[in-house]
Design a protein around this ligand. Structure first.
Ligand code: ZN
Length: 202
């Protein structure tokens, strides 16, 4: 099977079937790669009988990426803002985490006292176990709270950062005019890419 840059990426905008590729050699000896609909959808007689040259697809992708990508200044500014907000949030989440940790330490202290009460025969084994279980449960609830809280606040900033970095990267990829990079980027953002009447759409 021959290698074609955009094979498997696009679907036909009319019938939804895969766009395939082939190579044509002109009399001049110049090679062209073009893409076309296989028109094999049994439920729809596809009328897309035009071929789209690979360069045409590449230049359209380039244009689209340039349009959606952020300018470097803007992206850097946004990353800085996110970093600032992350610091502020980290401080308040530290405060919150600290409070939960203090609660947990208090429970640990109570557990110790409980143990002593049992050892000094102030409590019998049943009383001791009942009180102990109650404290252990409380401790677990606090631990879970702490864990989910830490995860949540991290994820949000990571997502925002990733989005900005991706869109910055998109521009770099497009400006370098490396079709493989563009193709990989398309695969990564994975959307519904179509070709119809030689025009690509996302
Ligand atoms: Zn089609």
């Amino acid at each position: 099977m021959k290698f074609f840059l955009y094979r498997g990426i696009f679907k036909c905008g009319e019938c939804g079937y895969s766009i395939t590729a082939d190579k044509k050699i002109k009399k001049s000896g110049k090679e062209y790669i073009y893409y076309y609909c296989t028109r094999k959808n049994p439920n729809h007689k596809c009328t897309q009988n035009v071929f789209t040259r690979e360069e045409k697809i590449s230049s359209q992708i380039n244009e689209a990426i340039q349009k959606v990508s952020l300018s470097d200044d803007c992206a850097d500014w946004m990353l800085k803002e996110i970093e600032k907000e992350r610091k502020v949030k980290a401080q308040s989440s530290n405060f919150f985490a600290q409070k939960i940790k203090q609660e947990i330490a208090k429970i640990d202290e109570k557990l110790k006292k409980l143990m002593n009460a049992y050892l000094e025969s102030v409590l019998n084994i049943k009383e001791y176990q009942k009180a102990k279980n109650k404290l252990i449960n409380q401790k677990q609830v606090l631990k879970d709270k702490l864990k989910s809280f830490e995860q949540k606040s991290d994820n949000r900033f990571e997502l925002a950062e990733k989005f900005i970095k991706d869109s910055k990267q998109a521009k770099i990829i497009a400006s370098k005019e490396n079709p493989e990079g563009i193709r990989d980027f398309l695969k990564k953002i994975g959307s519904n890419f179509q070709i119809q009447n030689q025009n690509i759409s996302f």
